[in-house]
Design a protein around this ligand. Structure first.
Ligand code: NI
Length: 170
């Protein structure tokens, strides 16, 4: 089931998400919904808080569904390695219409539980490393806008406030 994506300003996006304590059928259904929602958007990654669920779960497919082999789902993910730095433009399904250049690691390895309940470690470079960091940030209540500095961040936040006031941000 495709779920509505919440936007920047919704409190669920600005709070730390909780660990999943039980890999149940509910979690499997949640992950399926997240995959459908990500592909429908379309996007290359989605974290559970983005559909209003404050749990540490994310899905990523840097091919956007062109190669389903590259679909990854992580429950309770954590970084086991991060190194280097890349600067690329990035956006977020919860901040539609805005992009900014964000510094991210150029290589990152994430360890978490997959849908079969197995522990899995995946290493990514380039876009995948960026996506890992972007989605992990969501689980910590951080959106890419929060990674920007002073004036750049203020500008986006001000524009979003304006859109919110005029009823164009919901
Ligand atoms: Ni995002």
């Amino acid at each position: 089931m495709i779920r509505p994506i919440v936007k920047f300003g919704d409190q669920v996006l600005h709070r730390e998400a909780a660990k999943v304590t039980d890999i149940s059928a509910d979690i499997a259904a949640l992950v399926q919904d997240m995959i459908e929602t990500m592909y429908a958007a379309p996007g290359v990654g989605l974290a559970a808080p983005q559909i209003g669920v404050p749990l540490r779960v994310f899905v990523v497919d840097v091919t956007g569904g062109r190669s389903r082999d590259s679909l990854l789902a992580f429950i309770n993910p954590e970084f086991v390695e991060r190194e280097g730095m890349q600067l690329e433009e990035e956006g977020c399904l919860s901040v539609p219409g805005f992009n900014a250049t964000v510094a991210r690691p150029s290589r990152a390895a994430v360890k978490g539980i997959d849908l079969e309940g197995r522990e899995r470690t995946v290493e990514g470079t380039g876009l995948l490393a960026r996506a890992f960091q972007h989605e992990m940030d969501h689980l910590d209540g951080r959106v890419f806008v929060d990674r920007l500095r002073g004036i750049q961040r203020d500008l986006i936040v001000r524009r979003i406030r304006k859109l919110t006031r005029s009823g164009k941000w919901s």
